[in-house]
Design a protein around this ligand. Structure first.
Ligand code: BEZ
Ligand code: FE2
Length: 405
């Protein structure tokens, strides 16, 4: 048993002081330091002279490990231009991210306090690295392909990758399903993949209404996607419209990534069907997709998380940085409540959406925790300062096990 005595604990409602935490693999008790030392006299006790904070480990709900070799290869500023650059460089980027590159990416996330992540895997090249990662992993096997003639082959390839991910069978590793997007996956393929997900109770994710070009293509079969689909895929019209896509997911609560360009009726439908939005502010900015209106999500009581997306559309995989960017992006929103909501979006809310038993410093939760050194005694503004200052991580725990040497 370990008893950790911080100056404050981050909870979904704010900072709590005067409490310590007893833990093994899971959190056994949260109580006063006196009560815990009486109850666990033989426990190892962790304290610090300087002010410290204990908070849940961060959960990055959306990352693409396979594209981690990108730094300056891909073209930023406009979504369709970026997509052309992805297609041009996909093979070399994936080949350049060998096992060492993947492992380094996983280590970087851990160093940044990310104790769980949702990895969208296009090809399964990241499976072994994800399986070996110290973090909890939801491994989303992706289906992509809008051409009906290809559907059988693509479905079989998806099933094989899904089977390989099921063979991992380590605690904390969860096979799951990703549908790339409404513009890139034929509805017949979506139905087949979702049937597997529903039958096997696998988590699902999709990109949805990321760019203005996607909006125009799904609504009117026009815009910047038109030459893309005409030239590359010999298609004149979108394989789904936005509402038709959502209807396919009516019985499958899904992590819908981006959702920057949704209309009110779509937001209502997303909320009704129990979906969760993943907000990726840096990616949205770099690909010219604009800023999501979080207040519109809140008005529909639509759940939302914050994620980094992959290094194909980000300069790092750091949720503290991502939250800070979001804090400044949504400049009309009340500052301190937004800071707290952002922290919840990568802890308690992300754990609920990814079906993880973490995200909160509370009894019976997994002991996935960050112990930070502060520069002040914790107070009501500490959630804000957590985003503004890169506080040192004294220790990172996953299942109660210290990750820093
Ligand atoms: C497709 O396979 O149809 C597709 C793939 C990537 C982007 C758009 C479409
Ligand atoms: Fe993505």
């Amino acid at each position: 048993m370990t008893v950790l005595v911080p100056s404050g604990i981050l909870t979904p409602e704010g900072i709590v002081t005067g409490k310590a935490v007893a833990f093994e693999r899971t959190i056994v008790a949260v109580d006063t330091p006196g009560a815990l030392s009486a109850r666990f006299p033989d426990a190892e006790v962790l304290t610090s002279e300087s002010p410290t904070l204990l908070m849940p480990g961060l959960i990055n709900s959306h990352v693409h490990l396979e594209f981690s070799a990108n730094k300056s290869t891909l073209h930023y500023g406009n979504f369709v231009t970026w997509l052309y650059s992805v297609i041009e460089h996909r093979e070399s980027l994936i080949n350049r991210c060998d096992r060492e590159c993947l492992d380094q990416t996983v280590r970087t996330m851990l160093h940044n306090g990310i104790t769980a992540f949702g990895a969208v895997s296009s090809h399964g090249m990241d499976l072994e690295a994800a399986a070996a990662a110290p973090q909890k992993v939801v491994f989303f096997n992706e289906v992509i392909g809008s051409q009906a003639a290809m559907a059988d082959a693509l479905y079989n390839d998806f099933l094989q990758r899904l089977d390989s991910s099921k063979a991992v069978a380590r605690p904390g590793f969860f096979p799951a399903v990703a549908i790339h997007s409404p513009y890139s996956v034929h509805p017949a393929l979506i139905k087949r993949a979702l049937r597997v997900a529903n039958d096997e109770q696998l988590l699902t994710t999709a990109h949805f209404l990321e760019s203005p070009a996607e909006r125009e293509w799904l609504d009117a079969n026009s815009g910047a996607f038109k030459p893309f689909f005409n030239d590359l895929l010999k298609q004149d019209y979108a394989v789904n419209d936005a509402m038709g896509f959502l209807e396919l997911f009516a019985d499958t609560p899904t992590l819908m990534t981006h959702v920057v360009h949704a209309e009110s009726d779509e937001l209502i439908r997303l909320a009704q069907d129990g979906h969760t939005v993943i907000h990726c502010p840096v990616s949205n900015r770099l690909l010219g997709n604009g800023a999501i209106d979080l207040d519109r999500l809140e008005a529909q009581k639509l759940k939302w998380l914050t994620g980094t997306d992959g290094l194909s559309s980000n300069y790092g995989l750091d949720l503290f940085e991502e939250m800070k960017i979001a804090l400044f992006m949504h400049s009309e929103t009340d500052l301190l409540p937004l800071a707290q909501q952002l922290l919840n979006s990568v802890t308690v809310d992300a754990a609920a959406a990814l079906r993880l038993n973490g995200g909160r410093i509370a009894e019976e939760k997994d002991a996935d925790m960050l112990w930070l050194e502060l520069d002040h005694e914790p107070n009501t503004q500490t959630p804000l300062h957590l985003l503004l200052h890169q506080y040192d991580l004294l220790q990172i725990f996953i299942d109660g096990s210290a990750q820093k040497g």
